[in-house]
Design a protein around this ligand. Structure first.
Ligand code: GLV
Ligand code: MN
Ligand code: MN
Length: 431
């Protein structure tokens, strides 16, 4: 393989600008304690408009596709497929300001650097803000990127619903998008050559080892289940303990079972979580008659991920039977782990070696848009450290200095890919 050419004359990343953009995006929130900007809401759309407004002010051509993914492009110097970067702008409830947004802000700063330095590149460089990455609202994650990868189409959007019964399709319509035309949002390899996403680590490996950047080798899969337990509501004082069909105690037992399964030696690396529990009727003086549990099972091993789900479902059935309850189970989402292309990882690693940036190759426990995009266009991921490993909470934090190191690596990686992809001596052909 030819040595990786690294652009030496790029201007430095502007940390003030990173801070400014992060602060502005955080303003699009329905909560003041932590950021809440759910998928396909006016707030998410507002953040997307800020993205396109900022980049069109820089002189880039911008547009939004039928799935609500937003784009900006710097034209290349010749006819070639695009190289892209970006991440998502929606959040979970009471989130921090970095998950997804850090990657969008890094992309926007790369755009500024390329424009202001008048950097030469053959491929068009595209900047992307994906819609609806977090599964927090509809259960299944990565709506916008799944659509782009051709993994989700119009009929599916009527079936996926939030906890208030609003379908993705209706949510999209309510913010002016057209769910019947999402097939137009598909990416293809005729148009795209590669994609690199910067994201916060959401774990503490980089911080613990004082390493500034991570290169992601694989992204965990996730199986998401909804368990509806139907017991018998009755008076907390009048009903003897042995005559109960208490949905809450069954739910508690299932929650402990999830922990137990994921903690045994065979499951080293599995993560099973009951992240949401709803009880009815929800009165201190009434035994809960129904319980609804939302379970998220993550694993880097797809067989083990599915086996864990089966073990938990079987265990939940036994618990309900023993306690005199009935159980309905629905699978809300099931995404396999993804190994990212070795040649693209090596390309980013080569840039690190050339610039003297220390890095570590690591897996991702979280899901990402790149997991979907890689089904259709080769994708790579750069991680930057998360303080105390925290994410999906208001205390989520990454220093702008760390984000700047990742952003510089991102800019140089995109330009290195530009030099080598489609050149006849491409990195992907040699690995
Ligand atoms: C996506 O953000 C996830 O929760 O992994
Ligand atoms: Mn994310
Ligand atoms: Mn997230």
């Amino acid at each position: 393989m030819s040595p990786t050419l690294v652009e030496t004359s790029l201007p430095p990343v502007d940390t003030g600008r990173l801070t400014h953009l992060l602060t502005e995006f955080a303003g699009y929130s329905e909560t003041t304690h932590g950021v809440t900007r759910l998928a396909y809401t006016p707030l998410e759309r507002g953040a997307h408009r800020m993205f396109t407004d900022e980049l069109s002010a820089l002189g880039l051509h911008t547009w939004t596709d039928a799935a609500g993914n937003s784009y900006a492009e710097i034209a290349g110097g010749g006819p070639a497929r695009a190289i892209g970067t970006g991440s998502h702008l929606d959040t979970v409830p009471n989130a921090g300001r970095f998950d997804g947004i850090a990657g969008v802000v890094a992309a926007m700063e790369v755009a500024r650097i390329l424009v202001e330095s008048d950097a030469r590149h053959t491929h068009p460089i595209r900047f992307v803000a994906f819609a609806g990455e977090e599964g927090a609202r509809f259960g299944q994650a990565c709506t916008g990127s799944r659509i782009a990868a051709g993994l989700l189409d119009s009929p599916d959007l009527a079936d996926l619903r939030d906890t208030r019964g609003v379908s993705v399709a209706d949510a999209m319509r309510s913010v002016g998008l057209d769910p019947d035309r999402v097939s137009e949002a598909r990416w293809s390899t005729d148009d795209w050559a590669a994609f690199v996403e910067l994201h916060i680590e959401q774990g503490n490996v980089l911080e613990a080892q004082a390493i500034p950047v991570g290169i992601v080798e694989l992204i965990s899969g996730s199986t998401r289940l909804r368990l509806d337990l139907h017991g018998r509501a009755s008076h907390t004082g009048g009903t003897p303990m042995h005559q109960r069909a208490d949905a809450m105690t069954a739910a508690a037992e299932i929650t402990l079972l999830a922990e137990e399964i994921a903690t045994d030696a065979r499951h080293h690396g599995t993560r099973a979580t009951v992240g949401r529990l709803e009880l009815e009727p929800g009165s201190i003086t009434t035994i809960p008659g129904t319980a609804r549990l939302y379970v998220d099972i993550r694993d880097v091993d797809s067989d083990r991920q599915r086996m864990t789900a089966v073990e938990l479902m079987n265990g939940a059935r036994s618990i309900c039977e023993r306690r005199g309850l009935t159980l309905d189970i629905e699978t809300l989402g099931d995404t396999s782990p993804v190994v990212l292309p070795v040649w693209l990882r090596r390309k980013i690693a080569d840039v690190c070696t050339t610039t003297g940036t220390r890095y570590r190759v690591l897996p991702s426990g979280a899901s990402h848009d790149s997991q979907m995009i890689n089904k259709v266009v080769p994708a790579g991921m750069i991680f930057v450290p998360s303080r105390n490993g925290l994410s999906h909470v208001p205390d989520e934090w990454t220093s702008v200095e760390d984000l700047a190191v990742g952003t510089d690596l991102l800019a140089r990686s995109l330009l290195a890919l530009d030099r080598e992809l489609d050149s006849g001596t491409t990195a992907e052909a040699t690995c």
